[in-house]
Design a protein around this ligand. Structure first.
Ligand code: LIP
Length: 274
């Protein structure tokens, strides 16, 4: 169904999914903000010694998935900390209970709860809640993007050399070395680089014009699912390599006019491979 065609059933579903995503994100965000232990430590590691999980990541995902199971028991779920439910409704929730975990561990403010709902593989609803920013970003497919209830729009594309570009680095040292090499070539060609530590927030910063562009290799669906929709509904183009959708291989987001040259330059620099 084209997103610009009115479909009362789909509209009702999108409204229900948005309401649940907002409630879950705010409840998890309040828990994470107010309940962060002063002595928070690393509960476990994943792909490397610096790919960390805290007790709060696990508890946040449990809170979110419990609410979804209670309200929509037939939906599927995937979450960064292991949530995996097949579901039968065709709706799948994609959850990052803390995007920016290392920031959260260190007490830095740039972290968020990221929740997306997909139907038959298409993202219908995305919510990114950043408690320490006091901001909640949301989008519904075909209905625009908002930050704290106000319309979110990308900044008009600047010349390539005036672009403020966000990026990030993976948890494996070999990949970080390769990403630094790409960055070494790119940084003299743009205004400047920002590395915030949360892909979801970086994508929302593109959506609100706080970044001109963002790219990163190695993200997982839970990192980008909600922020991708928010950025697109705010006027950005998103993708991976030329002609490809965004993926773990490469995520690129920017307004038209900047997206194309940045995507081409990243292709030239081999930003899509280790
Ligand atoms: C993080 C991403 C960030 C990336 C980090 C990490 P996490 O997700 O949001 O953009 O650079 O390496 O993957 O692990 O905090 O959910």
């Amino acid at each position: 169904m084209r997103s610009d065609v009115t479909d009362p059933v789909n509209d009702q579903l999108k409204a229900e999914l948005l309401e649940l995503a907002l409630e879950a994100a705010h409840r998890a965000g309040d828990f994470l903000r107010d309940g962060r232990p002063a002595d928070l430590g690393v509960a476990a590691t994943k792909s490397s010694a610096v790919d960390v999980v805290t007790e709060m990541d696990i508890a946040s995902e449990k809170l979110i998935t419990g609410l979804i199971a209670d309200r929509r028991p037939d939906d599927g779920v995937i979450g960064e900390e292991g949530a995996s439910v097949e579901g039968t409704s065709g709706v799948q929730w994609v959850i990052d209970p803390i995007d920016g975990t290392v920031n959260y561990l260190y007490g830095l403010p740039s972290w968020a709860v990221s929740i997306a709902a997909r139907k038959d593989g298409e993202t219908l609803v995305g919510v990114v809640h950043a408690p320490l920013r006091g901001e909640t970003y949301r989008a519904v497919l075909g209905e625009g993007a908002q930050v704290n209830g106000h319309p979110a729009r990308v900044r008009p594309a600047p010349a390539f050399g005036l672009a403020l570009v966000g990026t990030g680095f993976g948890y494996l040292a070999e990949r970080r070395a390769r990403q630094a090499e790409v960055l070494r070539r790119l940084v003299p060609e743009v205004r400047d680089i920002r590395r915030g530590g949360s892909a979801a927030i970086d994508l929302c910063d593109v959506a609100t014009g706080r970044l001109d562009a963002y790219y990163e290799r190695g993200l997982n669906p839970w990192d980008y699912a909600a922020g991708d929709l928010i950025a697109r509904e705010a006027g950005a183009l998103t993708g991976g390599r030329p002609g490809e959708p965004l993926s773990t291989e490469l995520t690129v987001a920017a307004p038209p006019g900047l997206f194309e040259p940045l995507q081409a330059r990243l292709e030239d620099l081999g930003a899509w491979h280790d």
